[in-house]
Design a protein around this ligand. Structure first.
Ligand code: GAF
Length: 389
């Protein structure tokens, strides 16, 4: 079956250039591009010093930028009607809300990192579904950062890419107020085509894991239950994990064992910690299963991961649970909720010749349950952020 494919990077760049002309009357001096992501496994482990295994999506954001000499900043998005206008020297945490916080936040954070960011006209256009747990925000941030690198003629060397990741994390946590862990920005910048990115948040090292899926597809199903990382649920999980680590006297839950978890006094905090310990262990096991096309083990790992997020971390929803159950019942090797939770998407690994059956079965199950129609996309593993000519 054919699910809609997103436009190529060049087409999206042309859209962003045209938007910049239309909304600001300016010609782009540079265009940055960065992908959304779907996480295969390792959920909420990044801010616990753990392991994650995301894949960059072909769905992405392009940011077109033009320099201004008067210090004025004008921001617009093809996905929003409201433009934002201000000055480069007034960008600071607390000054922006909504989507402009992510864009203006990057201009501010790059300045904090030492770049001389001038006034700009800047327009973003993207195809990453919003509020679907597929990291539209990191895609916007990293596209903006790459556009600014292009504007300032800064080569995206490896250290510069890491500086971009750090600046985009600051934009998201300090400017947009989403206390996230860094997985999304790291994969948006460092992903390699055809691969998942294994990231270790204790050593901050990452490695591309080539995916030889052959007769398998990565299917993403957006339940259309919109999730927000700024609404408190995400922060409270992070808080509980930090409390668990503090009680155990360790820097992060990466150092915890299942024995340690049984010593925690608060039953709910212990369940949160158990999720982190078991989920971190599932990441290398999933890398092995993928490397050996061991779909049975992958299915067991995905099932355990989903159950852990549903029962121990309590971030699933009835829609996510129904999508997972239905996908597996109709031929997926494995399925689990992906991303921050409280809504958003599931990820399934499906024999390619059964994708249509899974899609139709999930649609029918949602219809019977009276839920909104889900949206599906195929995650062809894409590369990381780039500057477009
Ligand atoms: C969101 C956050 F932004 C990530 O840092 C990560 O914690 C993820 O939720 C859950 O794994 O995408």
């Amino acid at each position: 079956m054919s699910l809609p494919t997103p436009p190529s990077a060049d087409t999206l760049a042309d859209r962003a250039r045209a938007g910049l002309r239309e909304r600001h009357g300016a010609d782009a001096a540079a265009v940055g591009w960065a992908p959304g992501r779907v996480n295969l496994i390792g959920e909420h482990t990044d801010y616990n010093g753990g392991l994650v295994l995301p894949v960059a999506l072909p769905h992405a954001t392009a940011a077109a930028v033009a320099r201004r000499d008067d210090g004025v900043v004008r921001l617009s998005s093809a996905q929003a009607d409201d433009d934002w206008t201000g000055r480069i020297d007034e960008l600071a945490p607390g000054r922006l809300t909504g989507w402009p916080a992510y864009v203006g936040g990057v201009l501010w954070a790059l300045g904090e990192a030492g770049l001389e960011v001038p006034g700009v006209d800047l327009h973003v256009d993207g195809t990453v579904p919003l509020g679907a747990g597929l990291s539209s925000s990191a895609s916007i941030e990293c596209a903006v950062a790459f556009a600014v690198l292009g504007l300032l003629d800064v080569e995206p060397t490896a250290p510069t890419r890491q500086m971009v990741v750090d600046a985009c994390i600051r934009a998201e946590t300090e400017m947009a107020g989403a206390p996230t862990g860094g997985m999304d920005q790291t994969v948006a910048v460092f992903a390699e085509p055809g691969s998942a990115l294994l990231i270790d948040f204790s050593s901050h090292r990452h490695e591309a894991e080539p995916l030889a899926l052959v007769d398998r597809s990565i299917l993403v199903t957006d339940t259309r239950v919109s999730h927000e990382l700024t609404d408190g649920g995400y922060a409270s999980r992070r808080d509980e994990c930090e409390r668990a680590a503090a009680e155990l006297g360790i820097p992060t839950l990466r150092e915890a064992t299942l024995d340690d978890v049984t010593r925690l006094t608060d039953e709910r905090v212990a369940r949160r910690a158990r999720h982190i310990v078991t989920e971190t262990a599932r990441v290398p096991a999933t890398v092995e299963a993928l490397a050996h096309a061991d779909w049975r083990s992958l299915g067991e790992l995905f099932a355990a991961s989903h159950a852990s997020m549903r029962d121990d971390f309590e971030i699933s929803t009835p829609e996510l649970d129904l999508a997972v159950e239905t996908a597996v019942a109709h031929g997926a090797d494995g399925a689990r909720m992906t991303g921050g939770g409280f809504g958003g998407s599931i990820v399934s690994v499906v024999p390619t010749d059964r994708v249509e059956e899974v899609v139709e079965a999930v649609d029918a199950a949602f219809d019977r349950a009276g839920y909104a129609s889900p949206a599906h996309l195929l995650a062809e593993p894409s590369g990381g952020a780039t500057l477009l000519p």
